[in-house]
Design a protein around this ligand. Structure first.
Ligand SMILES: NC(=O)c1ccc[n+]([C@@H]2O[C@H](COP(=O)([O-])OP(=O)(O)OC[C@H]3O[C@@H](n4cnc5c(N)ncnc54)[C@H](OP(=O)(O)O)[C@@H]3O)[C@@H](O)[C@H]2O)c1
Length: 334
């Protein structure tokens, strides 16, 4: 049998999440971290030195032009995802784009259409969906172990000290609780229940005008519902529950990267199921992308572009109900 093809990755945006993911990258089989790009060659070189990456570029355009790369992992703040992903797809590079995929619905739709018309792989880096716990949850639901799923509930809060320059508080960096934390809650609910027909939100804004806390109710015509709470003003456990007609599944904190779940069935003792991820859980999404690229596919059915656009619609609709309008930043390639 021939050796699997090595997927050569470039990272666009040497910030916090890029550091965490690069530290887990040794656990991704048949993959190589080959290049990093930044707006500053010094920051790119410092990141490359730290993670033993052979090539460093002082612009995102140069990174995208690297002909040795198969895929670009985009880890800038949300409003810069669109411009970098668009240029990468046009250059024939697969893209794995941090959540949220873009800052606007129009941006997400544009990337979906571009990926499909150019036949280049694209996926939102919603790593949660690829963790062993969620593989198990999908199996349990498909096998009707908790009956028919009717409701989900989840929370995710962080006590982030106020700093107007921090990405979470800066509107120009796509700040706010919804796009940063709400994306996990909404993607979880959409994955389990599908696209809702109604979106109700209550919340408040912080001093810079970004959404700071919210309670979100997603409704379905047949009476199913998701109740989701998020905040950057206060910490909360980060637990989730999927409720069916024959029991429920508890996903303990933090529900977006669990290593265990508890299955609770009517009339039976709760059953703890261990689902240990690789490393900190990040390798699974890179493995998924590599497998799809090798198979000649342009999407993952587990995190499809239709799901990404549906999640983006919910998030932007909810933000707009609170008076928050997001915009893309095209200047990152200047
Ligand atoms: N999967 C996860 O667990 C997870 C966790 C945290 C964040 N994220 C996502 O990852 C993305 C980045 O978050 P982060 O916390 O890593 O951000 P960060 O630490 O602020 O880093 C962002 C990087 O983007 C680059 N960048 C390019 N244009 C920029 C601009 N106009 N303003 C600011 N930075 C710019 C910066 O690199 P240069 O200045 O060197 O170009 C910077 O290193 C977000 O979309 C976020 O939602 C995911």
């Amino acid at each position: 049998m021939s050796e699997p093809r090595i997927i050569r990755w470039g990272i666009a945006g040497p910030g916090r999440i890029a550091n965490s993911e690069a530290a887990d990258f040794d656990l991704v089989p048949d993959a190589e971290l080959a290049a990093v790009g930044s707006r500053s060659i010094d920051r790119a070189r410092a990141f490359a030195d730290r993670h033993l990456i052979p090539r460093a570029y002082g612009s995102y355009r140069e990174l995208i032009a690297d002909t040795e790369l198969d895929a670009i992992y985009i880890t800038t703040p949300h409003p810069q995802h669109l411009a970098i992903a668009r240029a990468a797809i046009r250059a024939g590079k697969a893209v794995l784009v941090e959540k949220t995929f873009t800052a606007t619905v129009a941006g997400a739709e544009e990337l979906r259409e571009l990926s499909r018309s150019q036949r280049v792989f694209a996926m939102e880096a919603m790593w949660t969906r690829f963790l062993p716990a969620y593989v198990k949850i999908r199996e349990l639901i498909a096998d009707k172990v908790i009956g028919d799923v009717r409701q989900v509930q989840a929370d995710l809060g962080v006590d982030r000290p106020y700093d107007p320059t921090d990405r979470l508080f800066d509107p120009r960096q796509g700040g706010g609780a919804l796009l940063d934390l709400g994306v996990y809650l909404v993607s979880f609910a959409q994955h389990i229940l599908g696209d809702p027909q109604s979106i109700l939100i209550n919340g408040s804004l912080g001093p810079t005008g970004v959404d700071a806390e919210f309670g979100l109710l997603l409704g379905y015509h047949d009476g199913r519902a998701a109740a989701l709470l998020g905040s950057i003003k206060n910490a909360s456990p980060g637990a989730a529950r999927i409720v069916g007609t024959g029991g429920w599944i508890d996903i303990p904190p933090r529900f977006h990267h669990p290593d265990k779940i508890t299955l609770c069935r009517a009339g039976k003792e709760p059953e703890l199921i261990n689902c240990q991820p690789l490393g900190h859980g990040y390798p699974h999404q890179f493995i998924e992308v590599g497998n799809r690229i090798r198979a000649g596919q342009i999407e993952s059915p587990i995190m499809s572009l239709d799901d990404t656009v549906a999640v983006q619609r919910i998030l932007n609709n909810a933000a707009e109900q609170l008076g928050v309008l997001h915009a893309e930043d095209e200047s990152v390639l200047d």
